[in-house]
Each structure stands twice: as structure tokens, then as C-alpha cells.
Design a protein. Structure first.
Ligand SMILES: [Zn+2]
Length: 378
């Protein structure tokens, strides 16, 4: 029997929310309808933003519920009427998220521009053998490679440079598909020289995608700069460039998926450092490399795959993990001779620095996991 932990431990989840992206095959009629609706949503977004700004100037603060209450009135307009109410409500929710970001230090919400505001959310969606059914749009066929069996939650239709896509969220029940021994545990140290080093002494090479694609990107960028803005050739090169960017993103994601699944399959407990990756990208000098290998995406995948397959994923404080001796516990800056080697000044223990760090990370993770289990069982 699988053991399930309490809600407070953040480890167990009965149902895992997972999003799948499909390419759509809409008919011309459906494409037109979706275009219209996305345009309407953009209009409503700007209208709501304007409403908020104006009422604020008059000293009134409108909440998202105040705005939602006004939606039925809008529905009397003929071309707004056809858009599903839940999609319009989501527009207000989106604006609310933009405001929350602003209140927590982000920029002020921007006006939704044509070409930038390019998606619409549906809350009632059902599944058929060849695709999905949306209210008023009807049956939408998809290029289907995988169809999970789970509870359908929402669908977002996105218009991209190379067609229409649909992101469908499913609530999938977690299952221990890859049972492993309780003692199969691993600590992972993310690196620059290698993508990662684990506490078993293995390392994964860094994928240098941008290097491989940089030459192609440079050629395309230069060729774009030579062309007249707005011309047919300009548009063609621009779409080629955006396809190249999405290709790079896909290759990156694929790598991240494969490596994370490998670790989740083979282990019961996976421990990583809790790096404030975003801050490192913003302020650190390692910015390019970290952005390149996209650590945060990797952690996200480890996290949701662990939930899905009932494994445990823990992130520990990275403080001292690289300066602590794994053999005697002595912490000193001097332990680190250089980037690659660890030599303890107290006990003389010598090891590859990343390997030493990965073992420290694992130790911290096991301790933290025990604490959480104790809380969960109490
Ligand atoms: Zn030592």
C-alpha cells in the first residue's frame, strides 16, 4: 500500500495537475471565431484596466469581483455576447494577477496589444477520440501524440506564429509506476562545468544548445537586419527566426524532461538546492550559463514528476554545501582549493568539489525529509 502524507508536508498530492500542449487543426470558420473572441477578450481587458485606472483616480478601488459584476451588462453588446462568460471572467482574473504582480514590486499592468494578447481560456471542455469539444466552437481536432486519462480542468487556446495551440490541464491521480527501494536516495548539485553532479558520483554533461544554434541565430538575425521592416521578406525571416527560437526551447525542454524522469524513476528521495535561480539570473555573473541550462525548469519538472510518481523531492538551503567537508563536517572557505577540487583543511579529505557538495545536499535533504515526515505523522 502506498503511504500518503498530510497536506502540510508538501510532499503528497492525491491529484497532480498537469498541462499538455497540443497543436490544433481548426477549420477556417473555427479559426475566425477564435480570432474574434481573442480580440474581444483583449478589448475587455483594456476596458477593465481603463475602468480600474479611472476609478482609482476618483479614489475608488475596484476589486476583481466588482469588475466581474459588470460583465453581464457588457454581454448586452452583440459581439461580446457570443464569448463564453467563463472566458470573460478569466480576463478579469488575468488583470487581477497583473495587478498583484504590480503590488509586489513589478511593473504597472500594460495595455493588451494586438499580437501580444493572444490566448483565451475555457473552463468547460470535454474530450473525444480525436480531440476536444469547446462550447460554441464545437469539435476541435488536435495533432495527438498522447492523451492522458485524467479529469479535464481547463483549456487555453493560444495563437502562435505557427498556428493554434491548446494547453489542456488534467487532474491526474498520482501513481507509483516506478517503485524503488527506500534507500535509493540522491542529492544533486547543479553546476556550470557539468549540468549536474549527483551524490552517487555520476554527472550529466551540459547541453550547449545555444552554441550549436548560435551560428544559425546570428545568420538569421543579420539577415533580418538587412531587410526592410514590414516587407514580405522581413516577415518571412522573422517567422523563421521565431521558429528557430521555439526549436531551441523545445530541445532544452526535452533534455530537462529526460534527465528529470531518469532521477525520479531511479530514486525514492531526490534532493536539490533551493537556489533563488531568478535572483542569480538577475544579479549573478553566471547569468548566461544558468539561463542556458534553465535550472528552474529542471527543478519544476523534478517536483511535479516526483508528485506524479509518488516520490519525494526536497529542496535544501544551499548555504555552506560547497564549503562543508562531507567526511568530518568542517566548514571553511579554505576547503575549496579551486572550482574543481575540495581539500579539507581539518581532516585532509580530498574529493571532487561537486561530488562533495552533492553528498552534503543529500545529507541535508534526508534530515529535512525526516522532519517533515515527523510533522506529517504527528
Ligand atoms: Zn574534513
Amino acid at each position: 500500500m502506498t503511504q500518503r502524507y498530510c497536506y502540510f508536508c508538501y510532499i503528497c498530492v492525491m491529484e497532480v495537475i498537469q498541462t499538455y500542449k497540443y497543436k490544433l487543426k481548426p477549420t477556417t470558420q473555427q479559426a475566425n471565431l477564435l480570432d474574434n473572441w481573442i480580440g474581444t477578450c483583449r478589448f475587455v481587458y483594456n476596458l477593465a484596466l481603463d475602468c480600474k485606472i479611472q476609478s482609482y483616480q476618483k479614489g475608488v478601488r475596484l476589486s476583481k469581483y466588482d469588475l466581474m459584476k459588470q460583465l453581464p451588462g457588457l454581454k448586452e453588446v452583440e459581439w461580446i455576447q457570443s464569448v463564453p462568460s467563463q472566458s470573460l471572467q478569466n480576463v478579469i482574473e488575468r488583470l487581477d494577477v497583473a495587478y498583484q504582480k504590480f503590488f509586489s514590486g513589478g511593473g504597472f499592468p500594460k495595455w493588451a496589444k494586438r499580437g501580444e494578447y493572444n490566448s483565451i481560456l475555457f473552463k468547460s471542455v470535454s474530450q473525444t477520440a480525436t480531440g476536444f469539444v469547446l462550447p460554441k466552437v464545437g469539435q476541435l481536432k488536435v495533432f495527438k501524440d498522447r492523451m492522458p486519462t485524467g479529469k479535464l480542468k481547463t483549456a487555453i487556446i493560444i495563437k502562435e506564429s505557427n498556428g493554434y495551440f491548446m494547453c489542456v490541464t488534467f487532474g491526474i491521480e498520482s501513481k507509483n509506476l516506478y517503485p524503488t527501494d527506500e534507500n535509493q536516495v540522491v542529492g544533486i548539485d547543479m553546476g556550470i562545468a557539468h549540468f549536474l553532479t549527483d551524490s552517487k558520483g555520476c554527472y550529466v554533461e551540459n547541453p550547449k544548445y545555444t552554441k550549436k544554434y548560435q551560428a544559425r541565430l546570428r545568420v538569421k538575425n543579420r539577415s533580418l537586419a538587412r531587410k526592410k521592416k514590414g516587407s514580405g521578406r522581413f516577415k518571412k525571416t522573422k517567422s523563421e527566426l521565431s521558429r528557430l527560437h521555439s526549436k531551441i526551447a523545445n530541445v532544452r525542454k526535452d533534455f530537462s524532461h529526460k534527465v528529470s524522469l531518469k532521477y525520479v524513476k531511479e530514486n525514492t528521495l531526490i534532493v536539490c538546492e533551493d537556489l533563488k535561480v531568478r535572483n542569480m539570473i538577475k544579479f549573478g555573473n553566471l547569468s548566461k550559463s544558468i539561463a542556458d541550462v534553465s535550472w528552474s525548469g529542471f527543478f519544476d519538472k523534478l517536483s511535479y514528476k516526483s508528485k506524479l510518481y509518488e516520490k519525494r523531492f526536497v529542496q535544501v538551503n544551499p548555504k555552506f554545501t560547497s564549503q562543508k567537508c562531507n567526511s568530518c563536517g568542517h566548514i571553511a572557505k579554505e576547503n575549496r582549493l579551486n572550482q574543481a577540487n575540495f581539500h579539507c583543511v581539518s581532516c585532509g579529505h580530498q574529493q571532487n568539489a561537486d561530488f562533495n557538495a552533492a553528498k552534503n545536499i543529500l545529507g541535508e535533504g534526508i534530515a529535512l525529509n525526516r522532519q517533515r515526515e515527523a510533522i506529517a505523522c504527528a
